[in-house]
Design a binder for this molecule. Structure first.
Ligand code: A3P
Length: 303
């Protein structure tokens, strides 16, 4: 594909995004995303975690890994959650059309993650009985988390910091990686209504409010229900931000090879609901709330 033929828009600093089939992506992501679309045929036993960036992907990776591999504590201590469940477009299909991991026959559920919108994966997901867990989060907290995350990339060049007003404007216009956020969420909401037995749609806030209940629900959904309540409590504790962020592997300043701009420790910040109130102006809050009402309320989906 000729990237120069795609519409492009400035994102932050000198970075720009390209527009492909209604969504914005970093130009380096286009090829791998195309590979996923063209070559990934999920096994019915596959489990795919789908998220918009900064909605709690790291947390859900640790939870899903632990739910499917009970007694996972030693693995969580040894590996960052992003190394336990690879992203399809960033890791699995980063370099090749048919990675080895996909060629191996397997009876075990394979766990993958992706940020690719449903609108681009419609065929892949509708033709398979794989399980999808879609996680979303309040748009204002997602935006603030994204803004903090991107500003950490500026360490070498602090004067290039990205203003929150600019980040808000991009977010509202949908010009963020994998954006528009609203279309991303609505796409998977639609899929979850179409295939409720295959797609579980959850929010960051619901899980924060009742982690024990949601770990059990996820276990039931994935076909591995819990017998013992203690086991559930153990997983909730081991995957809490307090425990995870205190592990050496997650405190590391090193960056993954597949995401060199972001050290492993940058995936953990506060992990709180409503942190946007400490950052966004009343005007920005109103702008986002109006958009949210417009896009989400008709579905009975509130934020
Ligand atoms: P904040 O920036 O609001 O703190 P992602 O994993 O999709 O990149 O999302 C990152 C967000 O999830 C960050 O939010 C981060 O702090 C939060 N997070 C990471 N691990 C978490 C955990 N175990 N529990 C709750 N939130 C977590």
């Amino acid at each position: 594909m000729d990237l120069s033929s795609l519409p492009r828009e400035k994102w932050w600093g000198d970075e720009y995004l390209v527009h492909l089939e209604g969504f914005w992506f970093g130009p380096q992501r286009v090829k791998p995303i195309k590979r996923v679309i063209n070559h990934y045929n999920p096994f019915p036993s596959d489990v795919i975690l789908v998220t918009f960036p900064k909605t709690g992907t790291t947390w859900l990776k640790s939870l899903l890994y632990s739910i499917l591999n009970r007694s996972s504590k030693h693995k969580l201590v040894a590996e960052h959650p992003h190394e336990l469940i690879p992203f399809l477009e960033l890791q699995v299909f980063a370099e090749a059309d048919e990675p080895l991991v996909l060629a191996a026959p397997s009876n075990e559920p394979r766990l993958f993650a992706t940020h690719i919108p449903y609108q681009l994966l419609t065929k892949t997901l509708e033709s398979s009985d794989c399980k999808v867990v879609y996680l979303t989060r309040n748009p204002k907290d997602t935006l603030v988390s994204f803004w903090h995350f991107v500003n950490k990339w500026n360490k070498e060049n602090p004067h290039q910091s990205w203003s929150l007003d600019e980040a808000t404007d991009r977010f509202c216009r949908g010009v963020t990686p994998y954006g528009p956020y609203y279309d991303h969420v609505l796409g998977y909401k639609e899929l979850s209504l179409k295939k409720p037995e295959n797609v579980m749609f959850v929010t960051y806030e619901e899980i924060q409010e009742d982690p024990h209940g949601y770990v059990k629900k996820l276990g039931d959904f994935l076909g591995c229900p819990f017998g013992k309540e203690d086991e559930v409590d153990e997983i909730v504790k081991n995957c809490s931000i307090e425990v995870l962020s205190s592990l050496d592997v997650n405190k590391s300043e090193k960056s993954p090879t597949w995401f060199p701009s972001s050290p492993y420790n940058s995936f953990f910040r506060k992990g709180k609901i409503g942190d946007y109130k400490n950052y966004l102006s009343d005007e920005s809050i109103q702008r986002i709330d109006t958009l949210t009402k417009d896009r989400f309320y008709s579905l009975g989906f509130m934020y």
